[in-house]
Ligand binder design. Sequence first.
Ligand code: FAD
Ligand code: NAP
Length: 309
Amino acid sequence: MGKAIYDVAIIGGGPAGMSAAIYAGRAHLRTCMLEGMSAGGQMFNTSTIENYPGFGIVDGPELSDKIEAQVRQWGTEIIYGQVTGIHRDREIFELSDAGGNLYQSRTVIVATGTKPRKLGVPGEEELIGSGVSYCATCDGAFFRDRDVAMIGGGDSAIEESLYLARIARRVTVIHRRDTLRAAKDLQERAFAEPRIEFLWDSSVEAILGQTSVEGVRVRNNKTQATSILPVAGVFIYIGTIPNTEFLQGLVPLDESGYIVAGEDTITTVPGLFVAGDIRTKGLRQIVTALADGAVAAMAAERYLGKWGL
Ligand code: FAD
Ligand code: NAP
């Protein structure tokens, strides 16, 4: 059991959580930020970021490190632990983590973001870490001058294909339709990149290989013809799913599993705020996650006013 009660416990150390930590720290609130993996969240695993104002082009890990340094500067306690449970009793939240630690706080900011959606085909689980990857920044370097497949047609798939094209010999984007969902500028750059090829109207049915990836079996969704594409790596970027398992019904979710809250980040549970990608919102980006974190921390500060803190 933690000795003292925190004013603010932030769950998740991505852009939203770190921004909340900076604002809460600067407001002299006793704050902890619980992070299950590494500070930076999805931003940490992004190769290059081109739409973060003021930096031109910046590497995800570099931007993460800069923001984390600012969090530490303002005194927030960063605790590495995966939150597995939360409940509220007499206006105090109690959080438990996977290591069996308990933390108490008067307010909670949930900023747990999302995780990669899995494809759910044979070979995927078995070959994770042996050629199957959900993070080009982390694993791209293993595929220098080799052929890889990218599955997906959104911003993530195309942006990370452009990154992989600087390393791999050939990147084959396998997309289930014949048009991409990705932003037009990303599309244009991918179409102009000689190392990127496209397999349209195609779905991966199986990832092949005994001890490491050797290829994928692909079905053409229009003709139903199947073929084998030999590749050494398979990168899967088919969207994300919200990290809400630990909430166990505490707060309402929408039909896709996101926590329901408006721009004020206030939920139906008094003292519980929600920031970043995990919130119901129209645009999931670093800048909007950072903005949410700031709004949530200030909302928590106002809520704490009733304790005279
Ligand atoms: P996340 O970044 O998902 O962070 C959530 C954090 O919470 C994680 O660190 C996770 O480990 C932690 N966590 C989850 N559950 C728990 C738990 N139970 N206990 C403790 N910790 C937990 N946006 C842009 O603006 N520009 C880009 O160029 C860009 N490129 C992207 C490229 C890719 C490949 C992807 C996937 C996304 C990209 N985005 C980009 C979107 C951007 O990364 C997200 O919008 C942003 O990271 C959301 O921040 P967040 O803090 O809400 O969540
Ligand atoms: P996304 O926009 O949801 O795109 C997912 C892609 O995967 C879609 O093309 C989808 O196909 C495909 N897909 C989904 N399920 C599939 C399945 N079971 N099998 C095969 N393909 C499947 O997800 P995202 O690209 O990860 O982006 C997530 C969010 O982050 C978005 O809001 C995005 O804008 C943001 N982001 C922004 C940037 C940037 O600003 N530069 C970069 C990366 C991500 P369909 O098209 O047919 O639906």
